[in-house]
Design a protein around this ligand. Structure first.
Ligand SMILES: [Zn+2]
Length: 511
């Protein structure tokens, strides 16, 4: 099996950089961003089989937890308990070879029509995991360079990963807190070919940390709020644009590609994927225009997102004007290369100016290699116009429908109570000097007591269910070692915990 080479992250992983620093750290957005972009994509799905699948809250939550899972193996790094094994499975789960292996496992062992709840949760988990990986590719490949360019920061990942989770919290958009669900019986054979031995216990610690801290309905938002205050002053452009649909790679701009990618994976699970639907997203997104034709700017990049892993670097890619005249470009796949070169992204940069107001077509010729082992038979094209100042040539586009990211009945900030001092015992408060003397077991409630100790929190505790890694003899309440370690870390290292960031464990991930 191909080793993955990617970069990923966690929103919680604030301490990660400190404990694991090194040349391979990379990016992606935070865990809360992954969960919410995936949830928004689910809510924007058109009526059909997938909306029927997600109508069951247990199934939907399996997808939302799946959207966090690829970063779970990095979570123990934040308390100095990370392992190469945990990082290895996390890395691998980010990429298309893993998605394809999972699809084939389901087709062989638990094929459609996915009647039982467990089958449907397995599928939903895959859809969430796949969405996470694709979102990382889009965010890293398209958004981060804009952060560097517009905000002038040298470490856009270190700012935007945690910062965007903080922005979501302060903007009152955090509303998903899925219970832990991990289909261990599916995952173990899929991780069996890695050069590290992956067991249920390998996954348990990180999964527990996600459920008990980062995705907890009050602890997660509270932690994220601290990130806003730290990062917003340094990345004002990002603060203003992280949900701007017209900005390639913004969280809102990921919703459409995420939705269509989940549809593509669903079709692949049924063995009926139509290559005509290979392109699941494009930037600029029609009818939007390429923001500039100027060489060397992020605004002049055009890109495609795919519903199946593609050997993007070996694909025959071209850009041509309306007359058919070729425009010189460089092209690349996902930012980090991807394991084995498999990518869900293709990005082109013009090497000569594009004409303002002119129309161009980006094409991928037939014969591109897919992770499914086949070659494409069709030409895949995306046509767009370069923006211009001529109102006749480039008339206003008007108000374009944004993706819905809040349900119609949401009228108040669901996390508004997250910062109340009444939450005694919450680990997010552990850095308060007044809490410094608390016993660790008081600073971090066990799963059985956490909800009760959070005054005002009416949500149930994030307890793992029988399908979880945590369930395999791994009730978090019987894990005093890591609970103690996390509590101590939260007490002593809160300023650093407030800087969750993504990272790559990839040995060959290009920067
Ligand atoms: Zn990730």
């Amino acid at each position: 099996m191909r080793r993955s080479s990617r970069a990923t992250l966690l929103s919680l992983a604030t301490l990660t950089a400190l404990t694991l620093g090194g040349p391979h750290e990379s990016t992606a957005h935070g865990v809360l961003g992954h969960v919410h972009v995936t949830g928004w994509a689910i809510e924007n799905l058109p009526p059909g089989e997938l909306t029927d699948l997600f109508a069951d809250p247990e199934v939907r939550d399996a997808a939302l937890f799946g959207a966090a899972f690829p970063d779970s193996g990095y979570a123990p790094d934040t308390i100095g308990q990370g392992t190469p094994e945990a990082r290895a499975y996390s890395e691998h789960a980010h990429w298309e070879p893993f998605v394809e292996d999972y699809i084939q496992w389901m087709r062989a062992n638990d094929p459609p029509p996915f009647v039982t709840l467990e089958s449907r949760r397995r599928v939903a988990f895959l859809l969430g995991v796949a969405a996470h990986g694709m979102q990382d590719e889009v965010f890293d490949t398209l958004f981060l360079d804009q952060v560097a360019e517009r905000d002038g920061v040298s470490d856009p990942q270190g700012e935007a990963d945690p910062g965007t989770d903080g922005f979501l919290a302060v903007d009152g958009l955090l509303r998903y807190s899925p219970d832990a669900y991990v289909p261990v019986d599916v995952l173990l054979p899929l991780f069996g070919d890695l050069d590290r031995e992956i067991t249920a216990d390998t996954m348990k610690q990180g999964v527990d940390m996600l459920a008990l801290v980062y995705l907890h309905p009050t602890r997660g938002p509270r932690l994220a709020r601290t990130l806003h205050d730290e990062h917003a002053p340094r990345i004002p452009w990002t603060r203003d644009n992280y949900l701007e649909r017209d900005i390639p790679g913004s969280l809102r701009a990921e919703v459409g590609p995420t939705m269509r990618y989940m549809e593509a994976v669903w079709e692949r699970l049924h063995g009926r994927f139509d290559e005509a639907n290979l392109v699941t997203g494009a930037y600029p997104e029609s009818p939007r225009r390429l923001r500039s034709g100027e060489v060397g700017t992020t605004d002049s990049r055009a890109s495609l997102v795919f519903g199946v892993g593609v050997q993007a670097r070996r694909a025959e890619v071209s850009l041509a004007g309306a007359s058919g005249a070729p425009a010189p470009i460089t092209s690349r796949g996902t930012r980090w290369g991807g394991p084995g070169g498999w990518s869900r992204m293709l990005r082109v940069d013009p090497t000569a100016p594009l004409d303002p107001g002119a129309t161009y077509t980006l094409e991928v010729a037939p014969g591109a290699e897919l992770v499914t082992g086949t070659l494409t038979n069709l030409t895949h094209a995306h046509t767009f116009q370069v923006d211009c100042d001529d109102a006749t040539l480039c008339p206003p586009l008007g108000d374009l429908e944004p993706w819905i990211i809040t349900p119609p009945d949401v009228t108040s900030d669901p996390s508004a109570d997250a910062g109340t001092s009444a939450d005694a015992g919450d680990p997010a408060d552990a850095g308060d000097p007044a809490d410094a003397g608390q016993a660790p077991d008081a600073a971090l409630p066990s799963p059985d007591s956490g909800a009760e100790s959070d005054a005002g929190d009416t949500s149930p505790p994030a307890a793992p269910d029988p399908g979880c890694a945590a369930a395999d003899g791994a009730d978090p309440s019987r894990s005093p070692a890591w609970v103690l370690a996390l509590a101590l870390a939260l007490v002593g290292l809160r300023p650093r915990l407030a800087r969750p960031r993504c990272r790559s464990c990839s040995a060959d991930a290009p920067r």
